[in-house]
Design a protein around this ligand. Structure first.
Ligand code: PLP
Length: 218
């Protein structure tokens, strides 16, 4: 199937969740195929690559940073980024706040929660996230706005385990959003596990290889 057909199909099958088309490593021509059928949410995991694509592409695209973030590079995306998914420390949030202020913006962010068994997946524990949300340091930041949570399940064929991990994230989201009524976004689900994620209450899926084909590197 073509990129265009994949986009149209996924947008329909995941609704009402938002489809973020994960375009990392892919050339502009591929992204433009998606754009031409109305796709506006794109996800990248490298700040430099996302910034280059932003410079060259139509300005109504909403750019999602889904990767691990180096604090010294936040300044490059601060003028335009739509949503930062992988916030896992107060230190990073402070840097985003500082750069957002310089650009006279409020930048939306998600806290990344570690739900997978693997050590390689980043994120905060539920306790660490609670502590961050309740801290005065966070409450003093006026140019960042947390609007929900993001998480990645273990890379496994065990669908029951994936489901348990997504339910943990969903339950955490429900608890936090009682205190934060303006929260809107639970970002979970990729190519291999988006169906389970949707069943578990995802409001935003990040799908790459099923749309654009497999990547040589990521
Ligand atoms: C690459 C990536 C995705 C998309 O992965 P696919 O399996 O290609 O759909 C989603 N989320 C994050 C954080 C990623 O790095």
């Amino acid at each position: 199937m073509s990129i265009k057909e994949q986009i149209v199909g996924f947008r329909k099958s995941v609704q009402p969740a938002t489809l973020v088309a994960v375009s990392k490593t892919k050339p502009i021509e591929d992204l433009m195929q998606a754009y031409e059928v109305g796709q506006r949410h794109f996800g990248e995991n490298k700040i430099q690559e996302m910034t280059q694509k932003w410079e060259q592409m139509p300005k109504d695209i909403q750019w999602h940073m889904i990767g691990n973030i180096q604090r010294n590079k936040v300044k490059y995306m601060a003028p335009f980024v739509h949503l930062i998914h992988g916030v896992d420390s107060l230190k990073l949030l402070k840097e985003i706040n500082k750069q957002a202020l310089k650009n006279n913006r409020v930048i939306d962010c998600l806290l990344q929660i570690k739900i997978a068994q693997e050590d390689t997946k980043a994120g905060l524990t539920v306790d660490q996230a609670t502590e961050l949300l309740e801290s005065n340091d966070y409450k003093e930041l006026n140019n960042v706005k947390l609007i929900g949570l993001m998480g990645m399940a273990s890379f496994t064929k065990d669908t029951e385990q994936i489901k348990r991990e997504f339910m943990l994230l969903k339950n955490t989201y429900d608890i936090f959003s009682k205190q934060h009524k303006d929260w809107t976004t639970l970002s979970m689900g990729m190519t291999g596990d988006h169906k389970i994620a949707i069943q578990c209450g995802s409001t935003m899926v990040r799908i790459g290889s099923a749309i654009f084909g497999s990547r040589n590197y990521a």
